[in-house]
Design a protein around this ligand. Sequence first.
Ligand SMILES: [Zn+2]
Length: 437
Amino acid sequence: MILKPNKIELKNFSDSKKFNETKFGLPSNIEFCVKCAISNQRPVSEKEFTHNINTKKKTVKFKNGICSGCEVVERKKKVIDWKEREKELIDLCNKYRSTDGKYDCLLPGSGGKDSFYASYILKYKYKMNPLTVTWAPHIYTDWGWHNFQAWIKSGFDNYLFTPNGKTQRLLTRLAIEKIFHPFQPFIMGQNLFPIRLAAKNFNIKLIFYGDTNAEFGNPDDFNNSLKPLEYFTKKDLKDIYIAGTSYDELVQKYKISRQDLSTYLPLTEKEFVNSGVKVHYLGYYLPWHPQNCYYFAVENGGFKPAPERNLGTYSKYSSIDDKMDDFHFYTTFIKFGIGRATHDASQEIRNGEINRDEAISLIKQFDGEYPLRFSEEIFQYLSIDQKTFGDISKEFEQSEFNQGYFDLLTDSFRSPHLWLFKDSRWQLRNPIYRNEL
Ligand SMILES: [Zn+2]
């Protein structure tokens, strides 16, 4: 049974306490990149399907005070011959382009600015015939649904996959309980389902993901257009975790059927290799600039920014389609001290839109804001009620999810090396703005 989280020992978070505990394998010293505003606590993208509470996070590497994200962006500006890369893309498209009306590539996307840009370029500039595929958000925002519709209406075929609502709710609850990562099952589905669909259902041999992971801390991806195989193939089901919970436990204890779980699973290496599918990053071939994607989507596709700023940040145009987003970024703030404003501002520094001082004051103002605006709906979503879930609700000491429960859970995921409880409130021990404003 999943027990209600215990109240934490506040003395571990006191001013005088010499903390020797860091959670999730994070580095105990906190360092900020001298160019952007990211700290060395930022995890790099990894295989989601091995992620559980014992996973030691690999974090962004720093060299001479500069994070690998900034280093990659500099190299992209200076070293890469984009004309040459575009030729490589044209060769690739020539190899796969269909002449008989069949789909020749599959493009996973939400209908946000990046997927709009990618699909438009592939279809109208390189004359491909893409099938766009969307893994539905937990709960669409009104503006997210509008943008999704606008995307399709501007000229694309789309396959909208909405996973079993009961399964998705249960997995999301488990993910927030076990690894404090409500988006984790969604990310698995979004990354792995399109590959399964291309290989098993549509016989499409070419998949394009958008930007590479290189900018976000996996510099190895920088010189390779192919997404590494290990991210989306598995060896053995017994090694698979979804929502921080082993596959066997999900089947036996939580009674989720193997069919319902299959949409979240990677293919075996053999299945993948035999399918002949290749997974490329479009960001390897084309310079990727988030704000330009936004302008492009506004101009060519009726994309609209959110009518209000996103909680935890100042921006209105990225990751706006799911009501769960506010919670996702709040959990990264709690676990790593890195909230949504830090993500947004660091990216905008790298792309030359704001300077570091502006970024730091935006972070001070917005980072870590409490995700209140959709909380009622989200808490209901995360409640495992008897009526819908039957006996499974008994696997939770408190099946109802509410603000008090969320706050207890939040505290249980704070690492003493990041957090201080002083003057009756939680504070970061070492925020970027402490010494720099
Ligand atoms: Zn940096």
